[in-house]
Design a protein around this ligand. Structure first.
Ligand SMILES: [Zn+2]
Length: 326
């Protein structure tokens, strides 16, 4: 998510900040599959979900989060498992998913990084602009110290952007051998970003879909809604039983169907003359069963969706400013 949205998120984050970094749990999802939940702490930028697959030759890690504590959790887990990280897969180049890549590669230099080629354009486009736009917010007192720490981290990650480039560029969908584990590696073009990678594990029937599925709202900052909807159709055509979103709790097929319907409806609403608050309220109501107990999430869903409908989709003819197709 981009820094331009910071002020709004700051306004929505009413809880006090914590002094200690959060302790993150690695929890099992299926035999040989674990996840570290996405997070969106007060005054902080988000972390995406991390998924870890046990492969015959080591561990396959999908998405490495933004904050230093996420990297630490992944590396500690690998050490406890006594298995090297042999492959890193980036679902997409947003910094809440890739910032830990260099640390993981430093610890496991033989690990191969798999991603789409979309990072190349992002480094000179979206990410460069985000870093430049964010710099003025580092002045003393402009934002809470935790937020400024995150901005400094993002600027450093972007400056070291060459380290985020894949060793193996995913150019299409195919069954691949990752460390001896057979995974369906899928490429969705022009979806949440210009190139989203998502995984399907035929053995456990787990689908790890990155930011094709995000709560409390679809993060449309760099999206092509048409391609995104097509990608959700591809996911639906896959015989998964558990779906792991880029942000949010694991979903059953029924829960994913609910998400997909709500996604198509909010995009259609953005294309209509209905008020942004109405579109956001319809989205929030539809996904309420997926949001869990925290009442703050419904409020966040409303606020974020209003922003995406008005400032992202409507401001750029039904797609983000970064979408170069349809
Ligand atoms: Zn994300």
């Amino acid at each position: 998510m981009r820094h331009a949205a910071l002020a709004m998120l700051f306004a929505l984050a009413a809880l006090p900040a914590f002094a200690q970094p959060p302790v993150e749990q690695v929890r099992p999802v299926a035999p040989g599959v674990w996840m570290i939940a996405s997070a969106f702490p007060p005054h902080r930028q988000p972390d995406g979900t991390t998924i870890i697959f046990r492969a015959p030759k080591g561990l396959v890690v999908m998405d490495t989060g933004r904050h230093p504590w996420r990297r630490r959790t992944i590396l500690d887990f690998a050490e406890a498992q006594r298995r090297p990280i042999v492959a890193i897969v980036n679902s997409h180049w947003h910094l809440d998913h890739v910032s830990g890549d260099p640390a993981l590669k430093a610890a496991y230099p033989k690990a191969r990084l798999y991603a789409s080629g979309a990072i190349d354009e992002a480094l000179t486009g979206f990410l460069a602009k985000s870093a430049a736009d964010a710099a003025p917010y580092l002045a003393p007192g402009k934002l809470p110290p935790e937020t400024q720490e995150d901005i400094r981290g993002d600027i450093a990650t972007t400056a070291n952007g060459a380290a985020l480039k894949p060793d193996i560029v995913i150019e299409g969908s195919s069954l691949r051998d990752l460390g001896g584990l057979s995974l369906q590696v899928n490429l969705a073009r022009d979806a949440a970003t210009a190139g989203d990678v998502w995984l399907y594990d035929p053995k456990t029937r787990v689908a790890a879909v990155g930011d094709l599925v995000t709560l409390p709202a679809p993060f449309l900052d760099t999206a092509c809604p048409k391609g995104w909807a097509a990608a959700l159709d591809q996911v639906a055509a896959t015989p998964f039983t558990t779906l792991i979103p880029g942000h949010g709790a694991p979903m059953s097929r029924a829960q994913f169907d609910l998400y997909r319907t709500a996604f198509n409806e909010v995009v259609a609403c953005a294309a209509s003359s209905r008020d942004k608050a109405e579109c956001a309220a319809a989205w929030t109501k539809a996904v309420t069963p997926l949001l869990g107990e925290d009442p703050a999430l419904a409020k966040r869903a409303q606020g974020m969706t209003e922003y995406y409908v008005a400032d992202v989709l409507r401001a750029h003819g039904g797609k983000s400013a970064y979408c170069t197709t349809g």
